[in-house]
Design a protein around this ligand. Structure first.
Ligand SMILES: Nc1ncnc2c1ncn2[C@@H]1O[C@H](COP(=O)(O)OP(=O)(O)O)[C@@H](O)[C@H]1O
Ligand SMILES: [Mg+2]
Length: 234
């Protein structure tokens, strides 16, 4: 469904991604792990059209998407849930969620989608009139994820959803991501919690210094010496 082929991405003259290739199939959960500064966010931003690769290509459902504007890419069915939530602090939960549906294909169905989002996040339903800035960190992350779902995506790319959250809230976020996967939405997940991410995902890619250094089934990667030493501290 999503095919990234040999992309190079630069910030000015500094190269951040080097020949990165990856594939995400329909309804598959794929994890992306790697140290701080490895290029994970750069890769997600390149897929969602916030950055443009200098070379290589990105195809979605057989259509070339690199070089398209990010709102067009959302409209095609790729939803990017950025790190750090980026909510509208003085808008309510309900209004923040609606902002995710302003695109053509999602707007007409927004009431129905909203009900689905509230089913997935009952806590948000109870707080739908509350201003986003008054929510806890975990609740804000749920709004960010709910907003991402309002565009009715076929694939969600999620950047470090558990960052800065308490372990018990992290578990809740992981359960919700598992719920998305049951709805046939493909997930490309960046995570610092490597163990949990690999347990959840079907496959994973390991990024180091802007390059994919390892890929495979998550269950197998959990057994890899390199992963166990470098990322799981075993
Ligand atoms: N806006 C930017 N301008 C210049 N360099 C950047 C910018 N954003 C990230 N970088 C650099 O690109 C590399 C990859 O960063 P990033 O994709 O944020 O890594 P990660 O998400 O894996 O922590 C790092 O060396 C970082 O310093
Ligand atoms: Mg990052």
């Amino acid at each position: 469904m999503l095919e990234v082929s040999s992309i190079d991405t630069f910030y000015g003259r500094i190269q951040a991604l080097w020949g990165v290739s990856l594939t995400i199939h329909e309804a598959e959960t794929v994890a992306l792990v790697g140290a701080n500064g490895a290029g994970k966010t750069t890769l997600l931003n390149t897929i969602s059209g916030l950055l443009r690769p200098a070379s290589g290509s990105i195809e979605f459902g057989g259509k070339r998407i690199d070089g398209l504007q990010s709102h067009v890419i959302v409209e095609m069915g790729i939803s990017h849930i950025p790190e750090g939530k980026r909510l509208f602090p003085d808008m309510s939960v309900h209004e923040n969620l609606e902002m995710g549906a302003y695109l053509q294909r999602a707007w007409k169905q927004r009431e129905e989608t909203l009900e689905q989002v509230y089913q997935l996040f009952p806590k948000l339903k109870a707080r739908q009139g509350q201003l986003a800035r008054t929510l806890s960190g975990g609740e804000q992350q749920m709004v960010a994820m709910g907003r991402g779902l309002m565009s009715k995506p076929r694939v969600c790319i999620i950047d470090e959803p558990s960052s800065g959250l308490a372990p018990i809230v992290v578990d809740e976020i992981f359960r919700i991501i598992e719920g998305l996967r049951d709805q046939n939405i493909a997930i490309f997940l960046v995570e610092q919690n490597v163990q949990q991410a690999l347990e959840l995902a079907d496959r994973a890619y390991v990024l180091e210094n802007g390059r994919v250094i390892l890929t495979g089934e998550s269950k197998k990667l959990l057994q890899e010496e390199l992963i166990r030493k470098a990322y799981l501290g075993l």
